[in-house]
Design a protein around this ligand. Structure first.
Ligand code: ADP
Length: 269
C-alpha cells in the first residue's frame, strides 16, 4: 500500500454566497491514523473533510494529498487516494443495481472483469450485501443503502477513507458492521477520518479528535484528553460518552485521562 499524508496549511473556505465555513485550519494526518472530526452542526466539519479529497478546493491556504496539491489536481485522481463516503447515500448512489454500484469505481481504477467480480463478491460478503446484489439500491432501506455507499468506496481500497456521519440512521447491525469495517481498515494500515456526533464511536474507535467550533479547529488531541477538557466541552456543547461521565462521578481513573469504555471502567471497580 502507498502512503498518503494529508497536510492542511492555513486552509479557509468561503462559499460563493459569502458564507465563511472554515478558516485558518492547520493539521497533518499521517497514514494509518484513526481520526474523528466533531463539533456542533454548522461548525465546518463537512466543509473541512470535503477538502481532504478535493471535492472542495480551499479559497485560502493549501491542502496536499501526498505530493498532490488539491488546487492543481482533478478530484478523480485525488479520489483514488482518498475515498469520501457521503453522509446521505442519495447524494452518492446512482447505479441501477447494488452490483453495478459496487463495480463502478473498480472499472474506473482499471481492474479487469474477473478482478471486479471477485472484489464485488468479497466486499458484498464483508458488508452483508450479497443477497441484495441484483436489487436497485433505491429499493433498499436507508440503513442498507448507506452501507452500499460505504462498501463501494472501500472496495477501491483508497489509502484514506472518509466517513461522514456513518452511524446516523443506522440500526444496531449497521453500526456493528461499520465498527468492524473501521477496525479492519485500521488493521490494514488505512487512514480513517470519521465525522460524527456519536461520542462512544469517537471515544472507542478513534485515536485523535479534531474539534471544529464556529469555522475554527480549536482542539486536536486524543479522546481521553478531550473528554476531560471542560472548557472545550462547554464551548462546543459536546457530551462525553455515558461511561466517561459515570466514571468521573465515581472517581475512576486518574483525573488526567478520561475513561473511554466499559472495559476501561471495569479496571477501577
Ligand atoms: P457541519 O458539517 O459542521 O454541520 P458544514 O461544513 O456543513 O458544517 O457547514 C458550515 C457552514 O457552511 C454552515 O454555516 C453552512 O450553512 C455553510 N454551508 C455548507 N455548505 C454550503 C454551501 N454549499 N453553500 C453555502 N454555504 C454552505
Amino acid at each position: 500500500m502507498s502512503e498518503t499524508q494529508i497536510t492542511c496549511t492555513k486552509v479557509g473556505h468561503t462559499y460563493p454566497n459569502g458564507v465563511e465555513a472554515i478558516k485558518n485550519v492547520d493539521a497533518t494526518i499521517k497514514q494509518g491514523e484513526m481520526v474523528s472530526v466533531v463539533g456542533q452542526n454548522g461548525s465546518g466539519k463537512t466543509t473541512l473533510v470535503k477538502h481532504f479529497n478535493g471535492l472542495l478546493k480551499p479559497t485560502d491556504g493549501d491542502i496536499m494529498i501526498g505530493d498532490l496539491n488539491t488546487r492543481e489536481n482533478p478530484v478523480g485522481l485525488l479520489a483514488e487516494k482518498v475515498g469520501y463516503v457521503f453522509q446521505n447515500p442519495n447524494h452518492q448512489i446512482f447505479a441501477a443495481s447494488v452490483h453495478e454500484e459496487l463495480s463502478f469505481g473498480l472499472k474506473n481504477i482499471g481492474l479487469n472483469e474477473s478482478e471486479i467480480e471477485k472484489k464485488v463478491q468479497d466486499i458484498a460478503d464483508e458488508f452483508l450485501l450479497t443477497e441484495y446484489l441484483e436489487l436497485n439500491p433505491y429499493r433498499l432501506g436507508f440503513s442498507l443503502r448507506k452501507t452500499v455507499g460505504m462498501a463501494s468506496i472501500i472496495a477501491m481500497e483508497p489509502d484514506v477513507v472518509i466517513l461522514d456521519e456513518p452511524t446516523t440512521g443506522q440500526d444496531y447491525s449497521g453500526v456493528k458492521t461499520i465498527k468492524e469495517s473501521m477496525a479492519k481498515l485500521k488493521s490494514e494500515g488505512k487512514t480513517v477520518i470519521v465525522v460524527s456526533h456519536d461520542m462512544p464511536l469517537v471515544a472507542e474507535e478513534t485515536d485523535r479528535v479534531l474539534v471544529m467550533c464556529n469555522t475554527e479547529l480549536i482542539f486536536d488531541g486524543p479522546p481521553a484528553d478531550l473528554f476531560i477538557n471542560k472548557p472545550i466541552l462547554e464551548k462546543t456543547n459536546l457530551k462525553p460518552p455515558q461511561i466517561t461521565s459515570f466514571s468521573e462521578a465515581k472517581n475512576f481513573g486518574d483525573n488526567k485521562k478520561a475513561v473511554l469504555s466499559v472495559e476501561d471502567a471495569i479496571k477501577y471497580v
